[in-house]
Design a protein around this ligand. Structure first.
Ligand code: SIN
Ligand code: CO
Length: 387
């Protein structure tokens, strides 16, 4: 699955140069042959599942009276007649719907470790989630119906919030631009830009491709936890033979401390931690198990040269190079060392997410590659598809 090269007529290289992390942009007909991926009833069906994260926001009365319900929803949620607008929002649709996973793969012109998920919302006419800001970049794509988006000021965590116990709504909204989106149109918003959307039609479906970025505080905390889990309690920081006043913490003490910490700041440690952290699954409880296969079954499939090998929906892969031409493949938070012979396969999986089975005969001929395939397949992280 190759990353997009264009949004409509706009080359991705120009989008990255002129807009990404700089300013909002509305791109009309960004997806010229746009076809919705998930129908409204399928989205409602997903929200009934316990492993799917969903929210329902009801716009009854003024904003302070709006209600937020967390999923899983029930049949009764949708049987209820409402004479006021409402929105259903479903997170992580890419973890459950192969076509949504493929759609998200188009956005891999941004490193995969930044991609968060595909959220899809369904709104009735007049519905909206209110004025707010998000901390990450987001692409808002009109799926069905039409929505009016308005952009506002650049916010920060000091922005005044409206009085609401569940919803983080902005007290003030300084209108900058208005865009009415039709199916296939896209609005890109950099982090912290205030925005609000209101459905202009019933059956208004918005697809949000969301990104994530660890805060500096999470980077420090996460790396420190990773190192601390590796260190033995037997290794201790003590004083040196330098004689100093008892009350003083000396420059030598600080130097020793600095050495102890910087000794852990190796490329290897940083890569191991970052690879594991950035591939941790969003839904760790998802049961991915595929029926285990053995070497002979795998060989038979490769011989058949039919269909595709897919990275399973929701599975995160990334790799870092080792000095010897091999690499470490990170999968769902786990580090899997791959010798040079398996590097092509690991790269193809992490970069392309899908491989024609007939190509496996070229890239997975050796034992190391086949062993890697079996490990990943038997964890349920890869599957063969006849498509
Ligand atoms: C929506 O789809 O209604 C809300 C998306 C957002 O503002 O982030
Ligand atoms: Co938003």
């Amino acid at each position: 699955m190759q990353p997009l090269t264009h949004f409509g007529n706009l080359p991705i290289s120009e989008f990255m140069r002129d807009y990404w992390q700089q300013k909002p942009v509305c791109i009309r007909n960004a997806f010229p042959n746009w076809q919705p991926i998930v129908a409204a009833d399928e989205l409602a069906g997903l929200s009934l599942e316990t492993e799917v994260e969903s929210r329902l926001i009801e716009n009854q009365g003024d904003t302070s009276q709006w209600r937020l319900h967390h999923g899983p929803m029930t049949e009764a949620t949708f049987a209820q007649q409402r004479d006021y607008p409402w929105t259903l929002l479903v997170q992580g649709v890419d973890n459950f719907v192969p076509e949504a996973f493929d759609f998200l793969a188009g956005f891999r012109f941004i490193p995969a470790w930044r991609l968060d998920d595909l959220m899809i919302s369904y709104a009735t006419k007049g519905a909206g989630v209110g004025a707010h800001y998000d901390r990450y970049d987001v692409f808002l794509i009109q799926g069905e119906g039409s929505r009016r988006w308005q952009t506002g000021q650049l916010c920060s965590e000091t922005a005044a919030l409206a009085d609401h116990q569940d919803l983080c709504l902005l007290e003030d909204f300084d209108l900058q631009e208005t865009f009415d989106l039709q199916p296939g149109d896209l609005l890109y918003l950099p982090p912290l830009v205030a925005h609000k959307g209101v459905a202009l039609t019933d059956n208004c479906m918005t697809y949000s491709v969301g990104f994530r970025a660890p805060s500096y505080s999470e980077v420090f905390g996460g790396f420190a936890d990773f190192i601390s889990a590796k260190l033995s309690a037997d290794v201790r920081l003590t004083n040196s033979n330098h004689v100093q006043p008892a009350g003083e913490i000396s420059a030598v003490d600080i130097t020793n401390l600095k050495q102890l910490i910087s000794a852990q700041l190796t490329d290897e440690n940083l890569a191991q931690w970052f690879g594991s952290m950035s591939t941790e699954p969003k839904n760790p409880d998802l049961d991915m198990a595929e029926e285990a296969m053995d070497e002979d079954e795998l060989a038979a499939i490769i011989d058949d040269a039919y269909g595709v090998l897919r990275v399973a929906e929701g599975v995160r892969l990334a790799y870092t190079w080792q000095g010897d031409g091999g690499l470490t493949l990170f999968a769902q938070g786990e580090a899997i060392p791959c010798p040079p012979a398996a590097a092509d396969l690991a790269m193809a999986l992490a970069n392309d997410l899908i491989i024609d089975v007939e190509d496996l005969a070229n890239i997975a001929t050796d034992e190391a590659s086949q062993a890697l395939l079996l490990v990943l397949h038997n964890q349920g992280w890869l599957y063969f598809d006849d498509a």
